[in-house]
Write a protein that binds this ligand. Structure first.
Ligand code: HEM
Length: 400
């Protein structure tokens, strides 16, 4: 079906509330053609999942973003070694370097440390009766945990909060691009230094494994190591922050659902999956076609970008009953928030654990928090659509 509406992933009104547009895409233009930015968009669950499964047709190595090119803005360039931007066989060899660090049973051991970190953060604002849950909580928690799992020294985690925010899909403005370049330089210098230290003296952690590991019998170059570490940062930090921010907001907006969780904390497991389905931290990523594909009566051509909209797929009524309803007890067979196929999120157990522990701790410590603003602001950038702040008020109490 041809349509007369435009889907522009950089349109601020879409970033504010993309869901009505996603519904139109699914119903009216399941293979949508965006002329201006030269891309296609898939929005139905079955189509997005099938594309993710077919990495030979939908490849990752030509970039994951639909790029808006303006005078102020050039597509951000990343160093080599970025796992997200690899196709097999390179992808397989690099992924092997780290996959054993993310096994569910090992990740589960981090729970006490994550919980202690969450309480430490809450202690800093609990007496005030007010906080910004994004700047005071959801940005800091993943940055601290990320530093721990990668083996970044404890005192060095603070700049990672800013670095990850600047690196992930900068808005198409001169200011955002300048911040992006500055953070890229700073984080590269940091990882170059860490590489030298880990090679001189190996430790038992993820980045030490990568620094001292090999791909096809060769150690990584400095640039590859930096690119690899940055890809972990991009994939793991802002995503988890967004999951926590979305969860904190959704529980405040749905007091009935929050009351269910307080009464029955056993529901947290399904609640986290529902938060991830309902407000995915990554709304969509692109692939590039390696051959022509016919879909829904349209011909998508080799070399063109196809945006796979996880955020639209997760609300597809062809897959979910009443997808617009936020239900913490929903039994979800599968959602696409962590992707699917060979690039399926390697850190998903960790992301889930942080989201659960982070939200459990909030409900335990400031259970009556309410959002103290009428408007939530999102940073202007699909695919990640991060929340810029979440001011709340609550009954103050004493730190632990
Ligand atoms: C709720 C939090 C998270 C979400 C929503 C999320 C989402 C995703 C998605 C959608 C992909 C697939 C990308 C693609 O298909 O191109 C992915 C891949 C990846 N994620 Fe996550 N992620 C989360 C947490 C984490 C964490 C905590 C880490 C590690 C510290 C991590 C590390 C990675 C890595 C390294 C990849 C690349 C895998 C590959 O290309 O083979 N993620 N993630």
């Amino acid at each position: 079906v041809d349509t007369d509406f435009e889907f522009d992933p950089y349109d601020p009104s879409i970033v504010d509330d993309p869901y009505p547009t996603y519904a139109r895409l699914r119903d009216e233009a399941p293979a949508y053609r965006g002329e201006r930015q030269n891309f296609w968009a898939l929005s139905r669950f079955a189509d997005v999942k099938a594309a993710l499964a077919d990495h030979e047709t939908y490849c990752s190595s030509q970039g994951l973003l639909v790029i808006e090119t303006t005078e102020d803005y050039e597509a951000p360039e990343f160093p080599p070694g970025n796992l997200l931007l690899m196709d097999p066989p390179e992808h397989t060899a690099y992924r092997r370097l780290i996959s054993t660090r993310f096994l569910q049973k090992d990740v589960a051991k981090l729970e006490p440390a994550i919980r202690a970190t969450a309480h430490t953060l809450v202690d800093r604002f609990v007496e005030r009766g007010s906080a910004d849950l994004v700047t005071d909580y959801t940005v800091a928690l993943p940055a601290m945990v990320f530093a721990k799992i990668l083996g970044i020294p404890d005192d060095d985690w603070e700049p990672f909060q800013q670095w990850s925010a600047d690196l992930v899909s900068p808005a198409p403005t001169a200011e955002a691009m300048a911040a992006h370049h500055a953070s890229m330089a700073a984080v590269s210098a940091f990882f170059a230094d860490l590489l030298a230290r880990r090679r001189a003296e190996p430790t038992d952690d993820l980045l030490s494994d990568v620094a001292n590991g090999t791909v096809d019998g060769e150690p990584l170059t400095e640039a590859e190591f930096i690119g690899f570490a940055i890809s972990m940062l991009i994939a793991g930090n802002d995503t988890t922050t967004n999951a926590l921010s979305a969860g904190a907001r959704l529980l405040a907006l749905h007091p009935d659902q929050r009351a269910r969780l307080v009464a029955d904390p056993g529901l947290f497991k399904t609640a986290i999956e529902e938060v991830l389905r309902f407000e995915p931290p990554v709304h969509g990523l692109a692939r590039t076609l390696t051959r022509d594909v016919e879909l829904h009566g349209r011909r998508m051509e080799e070399g063109q970008k196809v945006l796979l909209l996880f955020g639209a797929a997760n609300r597809d009524e062809r897959q979910f009953e009443h997808p617009e309803v936020f239900d913490v007890g929903r039994q979800i067979e599968s959602h696409l928030t962590f992707g699917f196929g060979i690039h399926y999120c390697v850190g998903l157990h960790l992301g889930r654990l942080e989201a659960r522990v982070g939200l459990e701790t909030l409900l335990e410590r400031i259970s009556d928090y309410e959002i103290a603003t009428d408007e939530v602001h999102w940073r202007q950038a699909i695919p990640t659509r991060p929340m810029l702040g979440l001011p709340v008020t609550f009954t103050p109490s004493a730190p632990r």
